[in-house]
Design a protein around this ligand. Structure first.
Ligand code: ASP
Ligand code: MG
Length: 409
């Protein structure tokens, strides 16, 4: 069996839905069983969010979930109708009917269990099962959503649970590129990428896949195909990385919707960091990155990066404890961005960081903060230089010309 997921642009119009249905019917003819996971049509989720904001600036998260899940309910039923209309028996299910059990965190729920009893029954009957992406039901019987872009995660979770031999993610791009083709004109389509690299790319700004879906695919070893539903080409296979050690740097990503908050000259004693991060946690701020300076004379600075839209909450939280921890002050900065390089071979190859920093320096791009992990290096720079930096690094690592070796020597 296989799982196929279709994103919003793939289903934006009735014509598109009928076209996708024809492809699903072909897939059904070629496989024993097909489960289709759908996103809401076009930009419908954004439109629903806008409707809510027209009512109130702070809609309750429960009601937001009730509203947003309606989008997938529309596309799933239309898809099922389209398949039945061409003679391919199909049935649609909401997340709840599909047995997707989540925790109780509205608008950012995590899947805790899958009980796809009805899916199994209908697959046994030979039907294509259409599942509404991005939604589930909590143990309190409340409808929840998995966070924006969560349909990918629905698809991979079902693929793992149902024992699918692969999960195809159909989207409006050709697959995974060495950099965002809108920023770098000679970005190359990758035919293959390892789970580890894809996890880092997804976490660091490549918007092709929902990060949690890649994590799940890696854990359960589900081969993921990222493909276009506009030309049905092969796209990019995300799979085990053992054949890819020859590649040092695989891709460059960036992010501009981040902001920086620093608390200055914090006394260097036990418990202070705990107070600061407790305040941020209470304010429900998502921390993307923490840096603590070495400091001097018993004081240090603590800097955190947060999503741009959480800057004011983060500042308020820091201000609320600045006197209590006897720090000198709080500072916020929003005109920053991040550029990152990702590559499985980086850990074994000396000089990668030096090449990155030199390339940025030679274009006058100042590095504010640096973060490294085994297969990724992040630099925080001025927001207005992010696009330049992506292009510079793409060139510096020869990503436009390097042909990726797909088999080991
Ligand atoms: N429709 C939802 C969104 O736009 C979920 C998804 O597309 O994966 O975020
Ligand atoms: Mg999406």
């Amino acid at each position: 069996m296989i799982v196929q997921k279709f994103g919003g642009t793939s289903l934006a119009t009735v014509t598109r839905i009928r076209e996708v249905a024809r492809q699903v019917a072909q897939a059904r003819a070629a496989h024993d069983a097909v489960v289709v996971v759908v996103s809401a049509m076009g930009r419908q989720t954004d439109e629903l969010v806008a409707l809510a904001r027209g009512i109130t600036t702070e809609p309750s998260r429960r009601e937001l979930d009730m509203l947003l899940t309606a989008g997938e309910r529309i596309s799933m039923s239309l898809m099922s109708m389209a398949l039945n209309a061409i003679g391919t028996p199909a049935i649609s299910f909401t997340g709840s009917q599909s047995g997707i059990i989540t925790d109780t965190q509205h608008t950012r729920a995590k899947i805790v269990a899958l009980r796809p009893i009805r899916i199994d029954e209908e697959l046994q009957r030979g039907k294509v099962v259409i599942v509404a992406g991005f939604q589930g039901v909590s143990p309190e019987k409340e409808v929840t959503t998995l966070g924006r872009g969560g349909s990918d995660t629905t698809a991979v979770a079902l693929a793992a649970r149902l024992g699918a031999k692969m999960c195809e993610i159909f989207t409006d791009v050709q697959g995974v590129y060495t950099a965002d083709p809108r920023i770098v004109s000679d970005a190359r389509l990758l035919s293959m990428i390892s789970y580890d690299e894809m996890v880092q790319l997804a976490a660091s700004g490549s918007r092709v896949l929902h990060p949690r879906s890649v994590d799940l695919a890696r854990t359960y070893k589900i081969p993921l195909w990222v493909r276009s539903s506009f030309n049905w080409n092969r796209g990019t296979l995300v799979t085990d990385g053992d054949k890819m050690e020859s590649v040092v740097v695989t891709g460059v990503t960036s992010e501009t919707d981040i902001a920086k908050v620093a608390i200055k000259s914090v006394p260097d004693k036990p418990g202070v960091a705990a107070i600061i991060f407790q305040a941020l946690a209470t304010a429900r701020v998502n921390i993307k990155f923490i840096i603590q300076s070495i400091g001097e004379s018993g004081h240090k600075d603590i800097t955190v990066l947060v999503p741009s839209d959480q800057l004011s909450e983060a500042l308020d939280a820091m201000e609320s404890i600045v006197d209590h921890v006897e720090a000198a002050g709080v500072l916020g900065e929003s005109d920053i961005g991040r550029v990152s390089i990702v590559g499985a071979g980086m850990a074994m190859t000396p000089g990668v960081a030096a090449t990155m920093f030199e390339a940025l320096a030679s274009h006058g791009i100042n590095i504010d903060l640096i973060n490294t992990s085994e297969i990724r290096i992040d630099c925080i720079i001025g927001r207005n230089r992010v696009a330049d930096a992506v292009a510079v690094l793409h060139g510096a690592f020869g990503l436009n010309r390097l042909e990726r070796k797909e088999s080991s020597p």
